[in-house]
Design a protein around this ligand. Structure first.
Ligand SMILES: CC1=C(CCC(=O)O)c2cc3nc(cc4[nH]c(cc5[nH]c(cc1n2)c(C)c5CCC(=O)O)c(CCC(=O)O)c4C)C(CCC(=O)O)=C3C
Ligand SMILES: [Fe+2]
Length: 346
């Protein structure tokens, strides 16, 4: 693709979330269909959504980001309409792609709201793209080109780094210099970790999370930090990435660490996992242990996030140079839901 004339639109593809009490159950059923999530876990997660009026913050955040993004694109002279579609809740990606076809879109870029490779962050979004195209038939379906992973994009790293710096400032001065920096990301089953990286490069997701953490810590000037996991589901008998953030707080407390700064680098917005599992559960746990606790903002709340998306678009339509900070390979960019197995991901 060499000029913006080749691209008619941008599809902003996300996870989706309920917008009222009565939508919580059907949403959760969509998320967990065919998955090994115990019913008790679902009841628990449903309560978290109900605690916030049955409304996920994700939709509002996504709409805010899309409106900033339209401004960023216009500033670059890229007048692409931005369409919104989700995997698990309305507007569903199938309906959105139908509307795009009806509007005459023939080729669109797709921004998926995950920074990562691996099953949940990459492959499932490819599957969404393929399913949405199949639903309206290959004849009518626009060509959909997914943008690459951005875990090491300088704007993503900078947004996270400044958020960490602000979080340190929220801790009482007497514990600030002793505070431990703890990065968190969504846990996944180890089986998914081994599956990603079919060409002998497994653990694609966790390695990218570690790279983001390293880059953010470096930008902040912190040498000692940890990477831990949160929000695991699935039966206890199935191994997931560990340690869990709350168990880790116990460990730190046992080492007399007086405070923590948590950075949810694995989440691009203030998802329910962030505002519940960190701001409620982990914060409460830290309180019980008598530790100071501050949580860094997610990148999606920073204007540089929308700017980054516009840059990713520019890479395609204007052959702008690829800005990335990690030597690890970046995958995720294929057409029409093709898996990026060849690049070592998915
Ligand atoms: C790696 C990863 C990301 C980051 C990459 C990305 O952003 O894509 C992510 C994001 C998100 N996960 C989210 C919500 C949920 N995830 C669930 C379940 C699961 N997530 C998993 C992994 C991930 N998830 C996995 C392995 C499961 C087990 C079931 C399965 O194998 O699929 C469940 C079911 C209940 C439960 O099991 O907890 C819910 C409700 C929301 C929306 C939050 C909101 O509303 O603000 C977002 C952005
Ligand atoms: Fe992939």
């Amino acid at each position: 693709m060499n000029s913006s004339d080749d691209v008619d639109a941008l599809l902003y593809l996300s996870f989706g979330g309920p917008e009222g009490h009565q939508e919580v159950r059907p949403f959760l059923e969509n998320v967990t269909r065919g998955r090994n999530v115990p019913p008790e876990r679902l009841d628990e997660v449903a309560e978290h959504y109900h605690h916030f009026g049955g409304v996920s913050p994700l939709n509002r955040l996504n709409r805010d980001i899309m409106s900033s993004l339209e401004g960023e694109l216009a500033e670059r002279g890229l007048n692409l309409p931005v369409y919104f579609g989700n995997r698990n809740w309305h507007p569903m990606v199938e309906d959105t792609v139908e509307r795009m076809a009806a509007d005459g879109v023939r080729r669109a870029l797709v921004f998926a709201t995950s920074a990562w490779g691996g099953y949940s962050g990459c492959r499932q979004y490819h599957e969404d793209i393929a399913r949405a195209r199949d639903a309206i038939g290959q004849q009518r379906a626009p060509e959909l080109v997914k943008l690459r992973q951005f875990y090491d994009h300088p704007l993503f790293v900078a947004a996270n780094a400044d958020a960490v710096t602000r979080a340190y400032a929220h801790l009482p001065e007497d514990v600030r210099t002793q505070a431990r920096l703890v990065f968190t990301a969504h846990s996944v089953p180890l089986s998914a970790e081994e599956r990603s990286g079919a060409d002998g490069r497994p653990r694609w997701y966790s390695r990218q999370v570690h790279e983001s953490a390293r880059l953010v810590a470096e930008a902040v000037g912190v040498t000692g930090y940890d990477v831990v996991w949160q929000s695991r589901s699935g039966p206890a008998s199935v191994p997931w990435l560990e340690p869990d953030v709350c168990d880790h707080l116990d460990q730190l407390s046992a080492r007399s660490v007086p405070a923590v700064v948590t950075s949810p680098v694995g989440f691009v917005s203030d998802h329910l996992e962030v505002i519940w599992d960190l701001d409620n559960e982990a914060a409460e746990k830290a309180g019980e242990l008598g530790m100071g606790f501050a949580r860094a903002d997610t990148a999606g709340t920073d204007p540089r996030y929308a700017r980054m998306i516009a840059e990713l678009v520019s890479e395609h339509v204007e052959n702008q140079r690829v800005r990335k900070l990690s030597p690890l390979v970046t995958a995720g960019c294929t057409a029409n839901g093709q898996l990026c197995v060849a690049q070592g991901c998915c």
